[in-house]
Design a protein around this ligand. Structure first.
Ligand SMILES: Nc1ncnc2c1ncn2[C@@H]1O[C@H](COP(=O)(O)OP(=O)(O)OP(=O)(O)O)[C@@H](O)[C@H]1O
Length: 544
């Protein structure tokens, strides 16, 4: 009676088939072990190569020599750790921890993946009994201690399926947070964060007057992996959303700090509106070519003046057959900063609200191509900016009140792939989530913090060039239900000497690229920054 045992190859009790089966199984086991060793050696060369060398030394020269060699290796590593902790932390520690964590994760992943549901089952007629589990392909550890798991996805699983399980994966591996990072087709990368490397305040990056500013990558803080957080103002508009005290100001000041050499050289201008009465931006008024913190009407005027500059520039570029604006001191890139978009229209007359909305709409739809970037901050991404949100290609989610707001700011699914902006702690202002360009993945970042002294030092070493001017378009006629607009408020401290008219359409064509030219002697001039209230001549300028 030879009933077939589970997994037996031959249905027989004869000795020969049993022997053949035994030999086949042994060969299969040897092949699998060799393949596993080769895979291990490829994945963890730092462990495999020394291990192979030590085995070779032991076989060739005997065990005592192998033991002494091992001891020498360990002493060398300890000495390196003590004498050069920087290079050890950069080159050796990530490799060593990846080596042993590869082994640990190999074991743990097989247990955890099916439990969190990362498994697919066949539904066709040729059903396999066991499901196919998402496989662990590799393990890496970054110098900042982030553990990255490369996962191969079997047919039927998508990165979104893994994203939906990030909370369960984080808990299973006892990590603080798990996030999905970009990867090629058929795979996904899970990042496990065990400690908060962004817990401490980041000092502002030192900026020299001679530094070359790259509008497509202004360093303003740090990523979680320790690399610099570089912010692009090139051909984009920026929306920063965060509850009160989230640290929106730190992103703004870090940007101004990074831009300061370009502001000083005149190929970047900042036009700023502070509807909260100048609380946030007034200390940096010298950096702004235009600054308004007074009435809604004056802020509206600033936006309409910028629309006029935009239209004049668009006309000039079209006449010259240029499709993309290149900033230069003759035709600078303009960054329009609005600190608290909702307050801008909250207390204005209806007719002024309409003018503001029209001007803002024009800047957001037509400004990018002609070198105008709008950067707006909001506390509530829902009610405050629901109509504008999609016109801001770059969005930053700082500490928010609920998960719905996270998706409102960063786009649908952002919360699922790990943008837990609603979990950002109140004790870490300046922390934010941003999208990784061109992907659905998100990254956690922190902006550097400029204290009042840093802002004062920044403002003392940089002076903005006079604001561009261009003829204003005719105002939109008031509707039948609009309240009559109040007379235009005069700036409280208008400069005595009018700013030199640097009309866009009168100036020579822009140079090809933003280059630091030797400073040309400039006539004594005043800024058109009425509320700055200081006349600034070229000799006043602190940066050389
Ligand atoms: N990047 C940062 N690092 C450390 N501390 C910060 C950072 N940013 C802000 N802070 C601290 O948090 C406080 C609030 O920051 P900030 O005023 O920029 O917040 P906010 O989002 O602009 O708030 P509100 O919308 O109410 O103006 C600051 O006074 C400062 O003490």
């Amino acid at each position: 009676m030879g009933g077939q045992s589970r997994g037996a190859l031959f249905d027989s009790d004869d000795i020969v088939p049993v022997l053949i089966e035994g030999v086949l199984r042994l060969v299969w086991w040897v092949v699998r072990t060799v393949v596993a060793l080769v895979v291990f050696a490829v994945r963890v060369p730092l462990l495999a190569v020394p291990a192979a060398v030590l085995v070779a030394v032991g076989v060739t020269y005997g065990r005592p020599v192998a033991l002494w060699t091992t001891l020498a290796l360990v002493v060398t590593l300890i000495a390196w750790r003590l004498l050069g902790p920087g290079t050890f932390g950069r080159w050796v520690r990530p490799q060593l921890s990846a080596a042993w964590k590869t082994v640990a994760y190999e074991v743990a992943w097989r247990r955890i993946a099916p439990r969190v549901g990362l498994v697919v089952h066949d539904h066709g007629p040729r059903r396999r009994r066991a499901g196919e589990v998402a496989g662990l392909a590799w393990v890496k550890v970054t110098p900042a201690g982030v553990e990255r798991l490369g996962i191969g996805l079997p047919a039927g699983l998508t990165p979104d399926d893994v994203a939906a399980k990030t909370d369960a994966i984080a808990h299973a591996f006892r990590a603080r947070e798990a996030r999905i990072a970009p990867s090629g087709p058929g795979g996904v990368v899970i990042e496990l964060h065990r400690k908060d490397v962004l817990a401490t305040t980041i000092r502002p990056l030192p900026v020299q007057a001679a530094d070359r500013v790259n509008l497509a990558g202004i360093p303003i803080g740090r990523h979680e992996d320790g690399s610099p957080w570089c912010f692009s103002l090139w051909q984009t508009h920026v929306l920063i959303a965060g509850a009160t005290g989230a640290g929106k100001g730190s992103i703004l000041w870090s940007l101004l700090n990074g831009l300061s050499p370009a502001i000083n050289d005149g190929w970047v201008q900042v036009w700023a509106i502070d509807p909260k009465g100048g609380m946030e931006l007034r200390p940096g008024a010298r950096l702004f070519s235009r600054f308004e913190d007074g009435t809604p009407e004056t802020m509206c005027d600033l936006l309409e003046d910028l629309v006029a500059v935009m239209d004049a520039r668009a006309k000039r570029l079209a006449t010259q057959g240029i499709r993309k604006h290149q900033p230069s001191p003759d035709s600078p890139h303009v960054l329009a900063v609005i600190d608290e978009l909702a307050t801008l229209t909250a207390f204005a007359e209806r007719s002024v609200v309409r003018r503001i909305e029209q001007a803002l709409g024009l800047l957001l739809t037509k400004g990018r191509a002609v070198g105008i970037t709008v950067l707006a901050a909001v506390q509530d991404p829902g009610k405050d900016v629901v109509g504008w949100r999609d016109l801001f290609p770059t969005r930053v989610a700082m500490r928010l009140d609920n998960p719905i707001q996270v998706d409102m700011v960063l786009g649908e699914g952002a919360r699922d792939v790990g943008a837990t902006a609603d979990h950002i702690c109140e004790t870490t202002p300046g922390v934010a989530f941003v999208r990784v360009e061109g992907t659905r993945a998100v990254r956690r970042v922190r902006a550097s913090y400029l204290a009042d002294d840093d802002i004062a030092a920044l403002a003392s070493r940089v002076t903005a060039w006079p604001a561009l001017t261009a003829p204003r378009p005719a105002p939109v006629p008031a509707g039948p239900f609009d309240a009559p607009a109040p007379p235009r408020a005069e700036p409280p401290t208008a400069p005595e000497t009018p700013a030199p008219a640097r009309s866009e359409d009168q100036r020579p064509p822009a140079s090809a690229a933003p280059q630091r030219k030797p400073r040309k002697p400039r006539k004594a001039r005043t800024t058109s920054t009425p509320t700055a209230g200081v006349e600034k001549s070229a000799t006043d300028r602190g940066v050389t």
